[in-house]
Write a protein that binds this ligand. Sequence first.
Ligand code: UD1
Length: 341
Amino acid sequence: MNKQILVTGGTGFIGSHTVVELQNNGYDVVIVDNLSNSKVEVLDQIKEITGIRPKFEQFDLTDKQKVKEFFKKYSDIEAIIHFAASKAVGESVGKPLMYYNNNLSSLMNIMESMIDCEVSNLVFSSSCTVYGQPDKLPVTEQTPRKEAESPYGNTKVICEDIIRDTIKAYPSLKGIALRYFNPIGAHATAKIGELPLGVPNNLIPFLTQTVAGIRPELSVFGDDYNTEDGSAVRDYIHVVDLAKAHVVAIERLLTGKNKRNCEYFNIGTGNGVSVLEIIKSFERATGEKVPHKIVARRAGDIEKIYADTSFANEELGWKAQSTLDETLLSAWKWQLRIAKM
Ligand code: UD1
């Protein structure tokens, strides 16, 4: 029998790509999602890509009773990948309690059920946001975490701590926190991708919507940073490369290859890329022009961050494969597809 994996937030952007990779690697997947930021049709798209429609339960993980009932019904879950969370940085500043409630209580409910139902393995969606603006680049997993810039960022820091402390108290539990850098792009089939609600906050959906004519122009937030061309630098990783890191993390836990009960990995490419370089790469890859203007810095943005991925490369045997041009082309193909939806 295939091993059964619970993927929370499995109809979302990173979740859906991870479900595809899990199913392609022979895992049975059950998704829990409240569909607050995704569409149920994603399940059909996953079936079109993999031939398998994952099992699906729609409920909110902040509902402890529902979480308990779920684990009673699915008694053969071997591991959990916990994506489900609110993730809009700006919104979290205005609605901190909603962010703390959603992101912390869903994790705590899941971990309580892990203890009650003897499910040992957890992979958690963390973020490079836990490093803030680091003093030294690239960041390794040992780079000290900094006080978070937003309630969203703080939920990632606190969730990492909840996992660490719970694993310490219950040594039968094992966890891996994957600290994502900036996930972008879409599946090569253009059947799944990022579906932002309303005006996108993130760079790539805003850029592709601009080129598609939905937005008049892209604002480049700041050209006076201490970087080569003055625009801010991030480590942009193809979402499929990121999804594959989850399969490797699950395999590591299920085969007992983890070296500690609680581990952390940077999941990025190792390359720092500026906003202006993104525009150039997109234009090169797609042949399209990106209308843009330079505006003031965005409040709360950091100047520069990119990953040292050597620990993930060596320990997980995983490495991001896609080039930036390929990644941006996949994002553009996805934008063209959703224009037709
Ligand atoms: C933020 C979060 C990160 C989260 C990610 C996805 C922080 C510090 N980072 O990343 O944890 O995982 O969102 O939700 O909390 N930019 C423009 N014009 C735009 C939009 C963005 O120039 O219209 C620039 C930004 O200034 C930044 C870069 O593009 O330099 C990337 O921005 P964005 O895609 O929003 O991601 P982050 O802010 O890096």
